[in-house]
Design a protein around this ligand. Structure first.
Ligand code: MSP
Length: 651
């Protein structure tokens, strides 16, 4: 630790799954962590801010397969590619000190050593896993934990799972973890404690399955080929491997472990407040000082997710409103520990009221008046009026302490509310003192100078404390106040600016946004660029042997007719190369006239069990391509070159 520092401070975000591009919900936690890290730096701490990506697991393996690339290529694209994770953090001005990827060699090797250590100390043992698995959440569940037979986290379908696996003796640590949760401030907000204890610990904490054999994209268990380490073990230990635990890449463990706080979303509190401390206990390692489970940013009352198609693109918002306004909005509008409803109206309204009206106006009016009435610099001769000044001075000089108290509790919304009370008070102070009236009489100039000085000084303190939220704006305001100091020690003192401060003009910091026009523009941008809609891809994989059982054959249409009393069905008589006609019924009457299909070479699946449709047997299925255009269903039969003989097998 450096001599001048107040101490070391280690703060982390969750490491993100690069299974799809990140959205504003992901940015929420990272912006909050960034604000906290910047706040601690401002206070004088030596901060280590860690973020990264959690790149293993079956979901990634499946998605890569569906995209026709290797899992490594798939994650590289989302992490390093254009508008990927790194680009997003750059855009959002995230001041992380270290970025870990769980596919980094040093991390993989460290995880193998950690797994072996727990195996050697007897806390990991080999057994057989029989239970339920939720693929999207990468979580195992016992029947008792399911809610209506579905995953208790995401509400999705779970699959039966049975395989030889390693287990972690989570049950052994149940009492110690319960004590940690109930009798310390380890987990916040407190409301999350009872949820963990009542839902997970009291019903009986079972040992946790910590290896898989049904896929390969993970950290291999080096002493038992075929097993890969459960993705959450791999992920949770990132907080320590990124400091050099069980590796030589970094050497910061002594300085920064235990972490001061892990910021995480509420759905992963279970992993961080039960499994994580239990594993650290197993290795006799110090526990992080705090885990804070923040709420979700909701859209239309539900969590944002790619699969629901209700994600909000942070690039669009940052491009239209500016990064600082977006960062500010996220932390000003929602209490960090609770869920918040995102809407474009709320975003625009917050920018207009707080930033354009209150802060922006205060800065521009104050600077403009200083320049208009005194030119380059304020005169040193100034006249105080304790009666008119006392309240503003007291509020501004006491602001840092009130703000600090809230920031230490991660109550970002309240910390910002404290700042905006002072900003409002300063705007009122302008009206009370009416500088434009004072300016009319030469003899009032010393008083006018003092009024403007008080305003500039108030702006300095407010902007300094806004630095963690809006770093670029704070720097710009400092410039407009003639390079005003905004270091921590200066922010609880009134009278730091020199009396002859020279203000500098500039354009409006936050121009007012026309709500109606902007909403219409955002609506337009959110419309899909293409009018074509295709069926979403399934995440379920089919093994090769099962797929090969489908018999796909070329068939020639000998005749085709509408089925009586059905406006959907066409009845095909087909030559399938066997010498016996094959009849297939297909619900495509609204797309084709029967006569236009005679003589065509189509593709049929021929080994489906026959079934009756409108009383007629149908022996197989014809393949077609389907999509929607402007909401309208489109269908085309797959047609082959007519030189392909009837019965040719497709493989
Ligand atoms: N990979 C795990 C974390 C491992 S940490 C050892 C993970 N990744 S994630 O990409 O799915 O989510 C990362 C974080 O983003 C989580 O904390 C999650 O709560 C947060 N958010 C994702 N969508 C969100 C909202 N709509 N609102 C707020 N935060 C949400 O979980």
């Amino acid at each position: 630790m450096c001599e001048k520092c107040k101490g070391n401070y280690y703060i982390t975000t969750p490491i993100y799954y690069p299974s799809a591009k990140l959205h504003i919900g992901h940015a929420y936690c990272t912006v909050a962590t960034d604000a906290m890290a910047r706040f601690k730096r401002l206070q004088g701490y030596h901060v280590k801010f860690l973020t990264g990506t959690d790149e293993h697991g079956q979901k990634i393996e499946d998605k890569a397969k569906a995209a026709g690339v290797t899992p490594q290529q798939f994650v590289d694209d989302i992490v390093l590619g254009e508008r990927g994770v790194l680009d997003l953090w750059k855009l959002m001005n995230i001041s992380y000190d270290r970025f870990i990827r769980t596919t980094d060699d040093y991390h993989v090797e460290a995880i193998q050593k950690i797994f072996k250590r727990m195996y050697d100390n007897g806390d990991i043992y080999k057994g057989k896993y029989v239970g339920k698995y939720c693929k999207p959440c990468e979580s195992f569940w016992t029947d008792a934990q399911l809610v209506d037979g579905k995953c208790p986290d995401c509400g999705g379908e779970v699959q039966e799972a049975e395989e030889e696996a390693y287990f972690f003796r989570l049950s052994k640590y149940a009492d110690r973890v319960q004590d940690l949760l109930e009798n310390t401030d380890f987990l916040e907000p407190r409301s999350r404690v009872s949820e963990m204890v009542n839902n997970f610990i009291k019903p009986g904490l079972e040992d946790l399955c910590v290896s898989r054999t049904s896929f390969t994209w993970g950290v291999p268990v080096d002493f038992d080929p075929g097993h890969v380490v459960y993705v959450w073990i791999d992920a949770l230990f990132n907080y320590m491997t990124a400091l050099g635990f069980e590796n030589d890449k970094y050497h910061d463990l002594e300085d920064f472990w235990p972490a001061d706080v892990h910021f995480i979303g509420k759905e992963i509190v279970r992993f961080h407040s039960i499994i994580w401390p239990a594993m650290l206990m197993s290795l006799n390692l110090p526990l992080p000082k705090k885990v804070f489970g923040h709420g979700w940013l909701l859209l239309d009352g539900g969590k944002m997710s790619k699969s629901k198609g209700n994600v909000v693109d942070p690039y669009i918002l940052a491009e239209r409103f500016g990064v600082d306004a977006l960062r500010f909005f996220l932390l000003r509008s929602f209490p960090f520990g609770s869920d918040g409803n995102f809407s474009n109206e709320l975003l625009i309204n917050t920018i207009n009221v707080d930033l354009a009206n209150d802060l922006g106006n205060l800065v521009s009016r104050t600077v403009a008046m200083a320049l208009k009435y005194f030119g380059e610099a304020l005169p040193a001769q100034q006249q105080e009026n304790p009666e008119l000044d006392a309240e503003l001075l007291a509020m501004a000089s006491g602001l840092r302490d009130r703000y600090e108290e809230q920031m230490e509790k991660f109550a970002f919304q309240n910390a910002l509310a404290e700042i905006f009370k002072v900003i409002s008070r300063a705007n009122k102070y302008i009206d009370e003192n009416a500088p434009w009236v004072l300016a009319k009489e030469e003899e009032n100039k010393p008083r006018l100078a003092r009024v403007l000085y008080n305003l500039l000084e108030t702006v300095r303190i407010c902007a300094g404390l806004l630095t963690p939220f809006m770093p670029d704006t704070a720097a710009e305001i400092s410039r407009r106040l003639g390079g005003a100091p905004m270091d921590w020690d200066s922010l609880n003192k009134f009278g730091v600016l020199p009396a002859d401060v020279a203000a500098v003009s500039g354009p409006a910091l936050f121009p007012r946004i026309d709500m109606e026009k902007e909403l219409a523009a955002l609506e337009e941008l959110s419309k899909p660029k293409s009018t074509i809609e295709i069926e979403p891809y399934t995440e379920e994989s089919v093994d090769f042997d099962t797929f090969c059982k489908n018999e796909l054959r070329a068939v020639k249409v000998k005749s085709c007719e509408n089925v009586k009393k059905s406006d959907k069905l066409l009845c095909f008589t087909l030559d399938d190369g066997t010498g016996t006609d094959r009849q297939i019924l297909s619900g495509i009457a609204k797309f084709y006239k029967p006569e236009e299909l005679v003589g065509k070479t189509l593709v049929a699946i021929t080994n489906l069990p026959p079934r009756k449709m409108m009383g007629k047997p149908s022996c197989g299925m014809l393949l077609s391509a389907v999509h929607k255009d402007k909401g309208e269903e489109k269908l085309q039969l797959i047609m082959l070159d007519d030189s392909i003989p009837a019965g040719a097998k497709l493989c």
